[in-house]
Design a binder for this molecule. Structure first.
Ligand code: DQA
Length: 147
C-alpha cells in the first residue's frame, strides 16, 4: 500500500516556527517517524513538502495510479485554496486532511477548511500524532471497507 504524505507551505519551518503552536519537532523528524511507522504497519510512505500551491496540485495529480492514499496538510491553503480542493476532487485517491494545531481554537479564519469537505476525513490539534493516526486509519481501512 502506497501512501503519499503532502506537506504544504511553511511546514518546512517546523521546529523553528511558532513552537508553542506547532511543537519543536522538525519536518525531517516527522517524516522519519512516519516512514518508520509505515513500515511497521505494512505501508510504504513517501513524503513531499512544497511552499507552492501549483506544486502541491501537481503532486495530487501525479498521485493517481501511483498512491493508494494521501495524507495532506495544506497549511494556510486549507482556508482558501479552491484550486487544491478541485485537485482533490479531480483524482480518484482518498485524502485524509491533517492539521498539527487545533484550527478551531485559533483565529476565526483558520476554522474554515475549504478542502475538508472533499476529503475522507480530517484530524486536527494532535500534533505529530495526528499523522500517525491517519496512517493507522489507512491500515485499518485496508483491512475493512475503503475510506
Ligand atoms: C496548519 C494550520 C494552518 O492554519 C496554518 O496556516 C499552517 C499549519 C496546521 O497544521 O495546524 O500552516 O495547517
Amino acid at each position: 500500500i502506497q501512501v503519499l504524505v503532502l506537506h504544504g507551505p511553511n511546514l518546512n519551518r517546523l521546529g523553528k516556527r511558532e513552537p508553542s503552536i506547532y511543537g519543536t519537532g522538525t519536518l525531517e523528524e516527522l517524516n522519519q517517524q512516519l516512514v518508520e511507522l509505515g513500515t511497521e504497519l505494512g505501508l510504504n510512505v513517501t513524503c513531499f513538502q512544497s511552499n507552492a500551491e501549483g506544486e502541491l496540485i501537481d503532486q495530487l495529480h501525479m498521485a493517481e495510479g501511483k498512491y493508494d492514499y494521501i495524507i495532506l496538510n495544506p497549511g494556510a491553503y486549507t482556508h482558501y485554496s479552491y484550486a487544491i480542493r478541485d485537485a482533490i476532487t479531480s483524482i480518484d485517491v482518498p485524502v485524509i486532511e491533517v492539521h498539527l494545531s487545533n484550527i478551531h481554537a485559533r483565529e476565526p479564519f483558520r476554522s474554515t477548511s475549504v478542502t475538508a469537505p472533499v476529503t475522507a476525513g480530517q484530524i486536527v490539534g494532535l500534533g505529530f500524532i495526528g499523522y500517525e493516526l491517519a496512517l493507522m486509519a489507512i491500515q485499518r481501512s485496508c483491512q475493512k471497507t475503503a475510506l
